[in-house]
Design a binder for this molecule. Structure first.
Ligand SMILES: Cc1cc2nc3c(=O)[nH]c(=O)nc-3n(C[C@H](O)[C@H](O)[C@H](O)COP(=O)(O)OP(=O)(O)OC[C@H]3O[C@@H](n4cnc5c(N)ncnc54)[C@H](O)[C@@H]3O)c2cc1C
Length: 386
């Protein structure tokens, strides 16, 4: 079962093993489950990971980060998805916001926000989705920013925003011109700005990381709060969305792998009719099938990460990875629940959590239906379907 097809180099293996040790020592699975049941963020694990340098992965050392590439980010997310999924989701947002700041931030913005973010001294959220719909966000976006004498006035609201009630910084996309795709601007909004509110939503999974509705009630920000270029925010975000898709794939594989490993272990130990249940062909074949699908998705994901690290376009590769990883994770958690019978329902064991958490990356950050639309158009070069 430990047989992995991904051929990491020696440094990557050392990195993965060190990270895994920190997670297991700081937050064993029982603690992760307890926090999940209590809906608590794992502050100790966040601190330990920041100290290890994980918060600064993918950010250059000159910018205050730990360097390294998408490959190490993906390794991190896979390990966290397997052992502490809510923290993995936190890191997807962390890597998204640091990437946006690193690519589009001015020197002053990097100093003020990127450096402390990469060091794990502050947290940030990414505010794109609105209540009117995430898939067709350009049509549904109602949050707008209008110019004032010395800056901008933002009003509107965002939906399903990870971490917003505990973040220090919000990266907000708001409409600044009527043009469909070239009329959106990115803003850096300190969470403490008057008029900003975050209301935590009750969700069924990813319980160790808050999900919020965020309000902007005539929020004033200075002119230098614009991240990147006015009216070009959506286009700037697009390239990072491919990267977010890749990172979502890595978390999904981690979740699936966690469920797979727990199910195989259970199938070895649990007995029926005088044999371990793993000896029954029906279960054995289902376990092998989910394992193979996870390996295939993992290969796609690491291939996309390597391409990203080389600076290649990954719109197709990251879409394939996200689709395949989220499907593999769903199947793995389904089989995991079946193999464990009643024990799958036990809220002190991780299987039910994997089963719930695996749902997220079927529709986020982009739904699988839309991923298939994108692949139909870009990969198969068929006419756009939407
Ligand atoms: C726990 C959690 C955390 C999140 N964190 C964040 C965050 O930090 N920041 C952020 O901005 N967003 C976040 N989101 C939002 C997430 O990205 C959206 O939920 C996602 O983009 C889908 O949007 P929607 O929920 O509005 O679904 P909709 O867009 O309403 O889609 C509904 C259904 O319609 C289908 N559909 C729509 N158009 C088509 C089409 N053309 N072809 C086929 N099918 C179609 C979709 O596939 C889907 O099945 C989070 C969501 C959750 C639940």
């Amino acid at each position: 079962m430990t047989h992995q097809l991904n051929d990491f180099d020696e440094d990557q293996i050392v990195f993965r093993d060190a990270l895994e040790r920190i997670v297991r020592e700081t937050s064993p699975l029982a603690k992760v489950q307890k926090l999940d049941n209590e809906k608590g963020f794992d502050v100790a694990l966040y601190r330990a990971l920041a100290e290890f340098g994980a918060t600064g992965l993918g950010v250059s050392e000159e910018e205050g980060g730990a360097g390294l590439t998408s490959v190490e980010q993906v390794i991190t997310l896979e390990v966290l998805g397997r052992l502490a999924t809510s923290m993995a989701v936190f890191f997807v947002i962390q890597f998204m916001t640091t990437r946006l700041l690193s690519h589009y931030g001015s020197d002053a913005q990097k100093k003020k926000w990127l450096e402390p973010l990469a060091k794990g001294e502050i947290k940030a959220s990414f505010c794109l989705t609105e209540a009117g719909g995430g898939t067709d966000i350009l049509s549904s976006m109602r949050t707008k920013a209008t110019r004032t004498d010395d800056g901008w006035l933002i009003s509107g609201s965002k939906m399903w925003i990870s971490g917003a009630s505990t973040s220090d910084l919000l990266i907000v996309l708001a409409r600044t011109a009527p043009n469909h795709s070239r009329g959106v601007t990115m803003f850096l909004v300190p969470r403490a700005t008057p008029g900003v509110s975050a209301t935590e939503l009750r969700t069924m999974a990813i319980n160790g990381y808050d999900t919020n509705e965020v309000g902007f009630d005539d929020v004033r920000v200075p002119a230098d709060a614009v991240l990147g270029t006015v009216d070009n925010g959506f286009m700037q975000v697009l390239s990072s969305l491919n990267h977010e898709r890749l990172n979502a794939a890595a978390v999904a594989i981690g979740i699936g792998q966690g469920a797979f490993e727990a199910a195989v272990e259970y199938a070895r130990e649990r007995k029926a009719f005088g044999k371990p249940i793993g000896q029954f062909q029906a279960l054995q074949q289902r376990l092998v099938e989910i394992g193979v699908n996870l390996q295939a998705a993992s290969l796609l994901t690491f291939n996309a990460a390597r391409r990203d690290a080389l600076g290649e376009a990954i719109d197709i590769a990251s879409s394939m990875a996200k689709f395949s990883a989220s499907k593999a994770a769903l199947a793995a958690t389904d089989v995991g629940m079946e193999v464990m019978g009643g024990a799958g329902f036990d809220m002190d064991l991780p299987m039910q959590r994997y089963f719930r958490d695996a749902r997220l990356y079927v529709f986020a950050p982009l739904t699988n239906d839309m991923i298939l639309n994108v692949l139909g158009e870009r990969w198969l070069e068929l006419p756009r379907s939407f």
